[in-house]
Design a protein around this ligand. Structure first.
Ligand code: ZN
Length: 270
């Protein structure tokens, strides 16, 4: 599933292509015909992201809410759109650009209370300037759940997925199993700042690189990582391989139903 930086990149791209002008909206597949009719001919005011949720805001207080889930994806292009191929849930066209959405987990039109309810369910998003990390810490500091599970819970922190969470914990030297209430505020601050910086870099580059300059393939004289996720990381999906810092074999387990990767030597803060 795409992490928050991907959704923020999409929001910026859609804003660039469509905001400020009238948009034609259709649902070639038909499943979003009623929703498309509500926004067809309206002006897209803005496109924003909140965690992994994309919001296209239109005049008339209509907002299209998209959550890509595992299979959703956007394609776009300039000029006139090609004949729809496959199950296109939503197509936007403005004469200069077109945008197709296929296979989202959620594609719906929300009114302002609906947007408020959605955002109210989400924790602070490190990529948003209005994010309040104290709100997340109040949840974390009261919980006995493992810190990795808390950071992946979108109602605690919105937008960070498994790669960012895994890697931020490694960089902080914190084991993923540490109970939230044992974290402490100072370490939370460090985690939040690091998460925000890594995710901002992800928005800029479109990939997830989490290794410090001294641990890049060039600096270490090692081959670049080969993985469909791309990016240079310390422990994510590196089970059994040597830790880039200490050489210990990277551990792998499951935590709250999700994969967990860590270095038992570097992430030991008892
Ligand atoms: Zn290590």
């Amino acid at each position: 599933m795409p992490e928050g930086h991907t959704i923020h990149r999409l929001a910026a791209r859609h804003r660039e292509m469509f905001a400020g002008g009238t948009v034609e909206a259709v649902s070639p597949q038909g499943r979003f015909a009623d929703g498309a009719a509500l926004i067809d001919g309206r002006v897209m005011v803005d496109a924003t992201a909140y965690g992994k949720h994309l919001l296209h805001r239109y005049d008339g207080e209509q907002t299209v809410h998209v959550h890509l889930g595992l299979y959703g994806r956007f394609t776009d292009g300039d000029g006139l759109p090609p004949a729809p191929v496959g199950e296109v849930r939503l197509r936007l066209v403005n004469g200069k650009h077109w945008l197709d959405l296929r296979g989202p987990a959620v594609c719906e039109v929300l009114d302002p209370p609906g947007v408020g309810a959605l955002v109210g369910r989400l924790g602070p998003d490190p990529l948003r300037d209005d994010a309040d990390p104290d709100r997340a810490f109040r949840r974390i500091s009261r919980s006995t759940k493992p810190i990795a599970a808390l950071l992946l819970d979108q109602s605690v922190v919105a937008g960070a997925g498994l790669i960012f969470v895994t890697e931020t914990l490694y960089r902080a030297g914190i084991p993923p199993t540490l109970p939230g209430r044992a974290l402490g505020e100072a370490r939370w601050r460090e985690l939040w700042v690091d998460l925000r910086e890594l995710m901002r870099e992800g928005v800029r580059s479109g990939r997830i690189d989490t290794v410090r300059p001294e641990h890049t393939p060039e600096a270490m004289g090692r081959p670049p990582r080969v993985d469909r996720h791309g990016g240079e990381v310390y422990v994510y999906r590196r089970a059994g391989q040597p830790c880039l810092v200490c050489g210990t074999s990277v551990s792998h387990g499951t935590l709250a139903g999700r994969n967990a990767y860590w270095c038992a030597t570097c992430q030991d803060c008892r």
